[in-house]
Design a protein around this ligand. Structure first.
Ligand SMILES: Nc1ncnc2c1ncn2[C@@H]1O[C@H](COP(=O)(O)OP(=O)(O)OP(=O)(O)O)[C@@H](O)[C@H]1O
Ligand SMILES: [Mg+2]
Length: 410
């Protein structure tokens, strides 16, 4: 194990991150969707591996090419692997076209969602030891890894990803599973709100692949653009994915979380131009959309993000509550909306006044914030004193996935 550099994989619903553990951040971050070239109307049996004859298309550059009949399939569902065949193909691609190495040579650390099931974990072990012949593997909970990346082993990890935001208590490196609180308000939720806003305001979302030419126009004027006439007959799933990328760029560029009690109309505006040339200044709406995360009143049964942190802490033992509030760790791509960590801090401090001290850690470097779980996993894998957490291929073949999984969960 000392001879070869371990590789780390952190699989999320939006993207899958991986790379060699001695790097500072993952070397690859590829979408957690694959293009499936359906043969006519029938789905082909996926025995092919990624390569010339593969029916799967992987990675941003390949996925962005319009192809007739290419359906997109999601590999993950709420942080758990759901399409194992697609996932296996993605792993092949990762080793052969990104890491350029043989999986047999490298121990592997995999981060897992705190909601992972025994069945999923066993299936992953089978895949890694039997198909990829990895020499050894380690599993770690993504929240514990994110805390570790900030040098902490105890705290509440607030992970705002694509499909959900979770508050996960971690104590001395272990997740307290009974006190995890999850909210569906993650990046996709905000993306839907952006789509709703754009459609209500008659702002068309035209993806780049449809645009042949455009002319500069003044703010709020009707865009002048012409449509490409050589586009193949693409599927709805692919077209929607391309539209989603446009709205995602709008979301990343324009949205900002305001401070508590800020007067939204007094806050700075942001100019944005869509791919078809339509452009305007966005004012209070750019603050109103992410406001749902902290003030979801209108959405009925949703719980604000400060409340999920509070609920999570309340479910933990009284003896550690102060320590948890003093170590809140913010991670995940959706927390990159400008102002998110500050507002979360202000909300918790203002709403729960009996807490002696609220301290929040949110790495300022956006790649460190987004890839916290990968970075922590890579650190764990290279920490010599944690060598006992590795399972070798011999352990697997002697004891089986079931035994190892039981050991890991207890
Ligand atoms: N700069 C940014 N500003 C705002 N949001 C961002 C930014 N960068 C990424 N995001 C959002 O972060 C989300 C993806 O976050 P992340 O990579 O943590 O999710 P994931 O781990 O793949 O998914 P999940 O945790 O739901 O399984 C997307 O919704 C994306 O729009
Ligand atoms: Mg995630």
């Amino acid at each position: 194990m000392d001879t070869y550099i371990p590789v780390a994989f952190d699989a999320g619903s939006r993207s899958i991150r991986f790379g060699f553990c001695y790097d500072r951040t993952p070397s690859s971050d590829i979408p957690a969707v694959l293009g499936d070239m359906l043969d006519g109307k029938e789905s082909v049996v996926h025995t092919n591996r990624i390569g010339e004859n593969s029916t799967y298309k992987v990675d941003t550059n390949t996925l962005c090419v319009p192809r007739e009949g290419m359906e997109l399939i999601n590999i993950m569902d709420k942080g758990l692997i759901q399409d194992w065949d697609a996932f296996e193909n993605l792993m092949e691609y990762a080793y052969s076209s990104c890491l350029f190495t043989d999986p047999k040579l490298h121990p592997i650390i995999f981060t897992e969602s705190p909601m992972n099931t025994d069945k999923n974990r066993e299936r992953l072990m089978e895949l890694l030891f039997e198909k990829f012949n990895v020499p050894a593997m380690m599993l770690c909970k993504n929240s514990a890894a994110a805390a570790f990346s900030c040098g902490l082993q105890t705290g509440i990890v607030v992970d705002s990803g694509a499909t959900h935001t979770t508050a996960v208590p971690v104590y001395e490196g272990n997740v307290i599973t009974g006190a995890i609180v999850s909210s569906p308000m993650g990046g996709d939720f905000i993306l839907n709100k952006c789509e709703q806003y754009l459609s209500e305001n008659n702002i068309d979302v035209i993806p780049h692949y449809l645009i042949a030419k455009k002319q500069p126009v003044n703010a709020k004027e009707i865009p002048i653009w012409s449509r490409k006439n050589t586009v193949p007959n693409v599927t709805n799933s692919w077209h929607n994915y391309m539209c989603k990328s446009v709205v995602e760029d709008f979301k990343h560029t324009v949205l900002e979380v305001a401070d508590r009690d800020a007067i939204l109309s007094n806050l700075p505006t942001c100019h944005y131009e869509f791919p078809n040339g339509y452009n305007q200044e966005f004012g209070s709406e750019r603050f109103k959309i992410p406001e749902f995360l902290f003030n979801p009143n209108e959405s009925g049964d949703l719980t604000s993000l400060s409340e999920i942190v509070h609920l999570c802490a309340e479910m933990c033992s009284n003896s550690i509550i102060d320590e948890l509030y003093a170590n809140i760790i913010v991670t995940g791509g959706n927390s990159l909306i400008k102002g998110f960590p500050r507002r979360l801090h202000l909300e918790i401090a203002a709403n729960y006044k009996n807490i002696s001290r609220v301290k929040l850690t949110a790495p300022i470097d956006s790649s460190i914030r987004r890839f916290g779980a990968w970075i922590g996993g890579a650190l764990l894998a290279t920490t010599a004193k944690l060598n006992h957490l590795w399972f070798s291929s011999n352990d697997y073949h002697e004891n089986g996935a079931n035994e190892i999984s039981l050991y890991l969960t207890h």
